[in-house]
Design a protein around this ligand. Sequence first.
Ligand SMILES: [Zn+2]
Length: 505
Amino acid sequence: MFAAGTTAAAGLTGVHWAPAADPPSESCLISGGLLVDGSGAAPRRADVRISGAVISAVGTLKPIRGERVVQARGLVVSPGFIDAHSHADGGWTDAPDLESQIRQGITTAVVGQDGGSATPLETLRRAVRERRPALNFASYVGHGTLRRLAMGADYRRAATPAELTAMSERLKSDLASGAIGLSTGLEYDPGFHSETSEVIALARVAAAAGGRYISHIRNEDERAFESFDELFRIAREAQIPAQISHIKLGSKHAWGRADEALRRIGEARAAGHAITADVYPYLYWQSSATVLNSARDWDDLSAWETSLQSIGGAGKVHLVRYTPRPEWAGRTLAELSTREGKSPPEMLRAIARNTRGPDGSGSESVVVEAMQESDLRKFVRSPLVMFCSDGGPLSAHPRSAGSYPRILGRYVRDLRDIRLEEAIRKMTAFPARVFGLRDRGRVAAGLRADLVLLDTARVRDQATIADPKARPIGIGWVFVNGRAVLANGVMTGERPGRFGTDDGP
Ligand SMILES: [Zn+2]
């Protein structure tokens, strides 16, 4: 079909056909694999044929002449993974092969998270078209980005009606550029200073355009449950599907309450609100150290002290980046306190002042061990919670290189928390449905050929806090829009990624 069109076009114009972004007429047979198709159905023996950028047939298939054949005997063939919360939009233009994401099997990154997005969104769409990343992007519009545009540096207050109108107009135009909804990062500046009513007003604009809402909620530790309630209220009052980003219970006050969190989500769903969540498979988060100060007053030593107590002490805080003293990276806050002869809250105060204060120009990042595995395992098992990496090329957290292999190795194979087909559904068809990616997330004829070949006996993550970029093992082949970007464990250099709705042939 593709070859015929090519010939006709060449004949009409009388010039040689120049390769388009996706060369047509390429046919590839993935033969002999065990298909886990994304729907949640049990694995079954099936061959998969790729023609150009799409899956053209699934079943018992014989190679056709000239066709490339990939032997998948002993391997599981699954849809490419859709990363529900990705920061691959940060730094990808310098590393468009996105190797850490591809090696995990991620074929679509859902970006524009935590309230921050490319602005205008059209710039990301154009960059994807021109620079061609190895994987696909879909993007939210960041509330924090809208707020900064409308309010500038004067954002530590509620928005005025005129500012809200300006935010709504930009949101509408970004939605028209293909954004899938509105994201917030209510624990961070400038979203932290917004009232719930402001978010509801913007969520209504997103809902009117068929969009959805996703949120790094206002607080993930002491006040996690109040923050879930705020998200439920936004979903109810804006009549919008809503997702809790990287759900976690990050303090002593919240530990052990995963069942209760899932029950609350279930109750909101029973009341008619499409609430979902995503989770990454680690017991530690990475962010700014300032997240540890819920008073957001860097001079308030008691605020630092309270949150250190709530996570179990300064030994749980690993400084992974600190530009004023780069050699401190890799040390715990407990070690640094002893060495410098300061209390842990005093150390945190100094770190915040040097990076956020009026004279501070540096940057910092911490990895904090704050979650319980019993809670994580309940989120991993819940059918309402999909998976994410929360990673990207600029991140120093092992989740950036290890999330999906870790779920498949540790939680599926070793701990047997969920069946393989259910884990893969939560990586593929479930996020595709929630994010409106209609032609991705399953293996079926006519859909986009985003595929992963994995060895379930071997798959496992190897990234650690000390070596966060270590490659996973057990994922040998990854196809994006029909092109092999990882072939037999080797990055091919192909960059066939598309932007969200730019899904034409
Ligand atoms: Zn976040």
